[in-house]
Write a protein that binds this ligand. Sequence first.
Ligand code: PRX
Length: 661
Amino acid sequence: MTEQHREIDVLLDEKRTFEPPAAFAEAAHVADRGPYDEAARDREGYWEAWARQLDWFQPWREVLEWNPPFSKWFVGGALNAAHNCLDRHLEARGSALALLWEGEPGDRRTYTYRELHEEVCRFANALRGLGVGKGDRVAIYLPMIPEAAIAMLACARIGAPHSVVFGGFSPQSLRDRIEDAGARCVITADGGYRRGAIIPLKASTDAAIEGLDYVSSVVVVCRSAATDPEAAPYGDAVETPSCDMIEGRDHRYHDLIADASPECPAERMDAEDLLFILYTSGTTGKPKGVMHSTGGYMTQVTATTKWVFDLGEDDIYWCTADVGWVTGHSYIVYGPLSNGATVLMYEGSPDWPDRGRFWTLCESYGVTVFYTAPTAIRAFMRWGDHWPAGYDLSKLRLLGTVGEPINPEAWIWYHENIGGTRCPIVDTWWQTETGGIMITPLPGAITTKPGTATVPFPGIEAAILNEEGNPAESGYLAITSPWPGMLRGVWGDEERYRETYWSKWPGIYFPGDGARVDEDGYYWIMGRVDDVLNVAGHRIGTMEVESALVDHTAVAEAAVVGRSDEIKGQAVAAFVSVVEGVRTSEELRQELRAHVVTKIGAIARPADLIFAAELPKTRSGKIMRRLLRDVAEGRALGDTTTLADPAVVRSLQRQFAGSES
Ligand code: PRX
């Protein structure tokens, strides 16, 4: 039993609950739990009503076509995602603020809906001018600057599916994703800021695409353009590196848009046309390209943003995720902008120039709705109550969390120290694959309990099942009917789609998480049950890290497991045996950790790296990861009877204890 499980047991016993504040009961239109009943009675009719809130160029013939495991939503309908995020609001909210942005050095920019529309149209035309058309994949490798959202929307406008790659990924990871998607255009920047340092994204892009001749154009955003260097109070100067431009291939973003027309008709997209691909880690070595369509995805993110975050015209909404992850796609760009909301976007680190930066931002922009990850909350807790206490956070009215189970202690801290005990907390469970939020309280309707994401959103049907597919109190989380935002496949690999998500029980989606249900029907998510780690809210496949390690010439064999980490939830622990003749040393340990960073990115860097003369295996030669997890957690070993050589694991235990001291 992990620490998290123990804490949940205590809380279930205590039955600590938080009633929804009365202000929300009125505001959210959900006080009588009506939508839950309505959706249960007529799920398709309920989703259809949400879809009607979007602008369609052509209405659908049929709400759902379900040929498990393939679904089509709003069949025959035509729409455009960027049109729904921008043009739809021009009349009523053209001069309202769409985007407020602050860079890490403190430089600022704002865009009204009209300004954002114009910039997106210009860039969409520029992309068309580079030969990018409907169906062409475009890779986006940008820091958290407005152009990240602009690039996504420009792609959506011309029907070119984007594949956003997190700026912290290595050139190798970027290359893998460009190759897999066959992207011929890459959008990047000369640099971006993180904890005072400049991340040289263009140089990484050059390394990533070396020799990939089909990449015919690279657009480079100059990070410091349109910024007044005087107005950068937290950085010496807003200066990004000069970068080499390759004639004919590389284009400066600002030159392109200066020459482009501000009028750009939005491409008519079928409801099922691909909106984007987003790569995520799974149980094999290679990340998979999760595919999302236009109509169903837009319907679900619009609905969930509206009800879960209760967004209104006066709200200042801030989601701290990076657009490189699905949270940034659904709840920085598509969901909030489809609702005509005002979104704050911040480029940098929460501890730059000091640990009060997030609260400075909340205070100075008057943030009302704040959405972040448990890892961040645990870091804030460790930094001390005095940081948030020093700021005026009284405008906040709703808090959210996402990405990993939140331990009840962190939930209570968040409630008291950030929410001033008045803000409801929405703990939202969902995944890259689900497109939008699936399990969550609705503020105003659902009593919350620290540590549980509570109940499925209206129109989402879930269950907890055992291996055989029978309902259980504790077992695997399952989604039992199709939902509009569900992934439509894995790019280029239909078999992997069937195998990963639909092979456990026929016609039922398996997300890969363990869960329990309590007497109120609340879902308590216990974390992954497969070989995927969740480090600081980021998914990392153990096989991916193992492949990176064995890629090093000194490594013969590697096994990677997760161990609990007080701040990050989980940390990567690697066990490595070296090839004969190689001497293990502290230098080699550091070299191997750095090698993983070079291959994947800093998020995958092993926290522990233990050299093993041999890895513990069964007599049939299978690595016993269960025992490695016991070693990494520093706990007593489970059943060792099938182990070929018990001495192997004892020696690892001794080494691990030694490496920690
Ligand atoms: O294990 C669950 C965990 O994050 C996984 C999905 O990761 P990703 O696709 O990267 O998307 C993260 C942002 C949506 C899930 O399988 N997870 C996400 N949210 C929660 C969570 N675990 C517990 N509680 C949550 N609220």
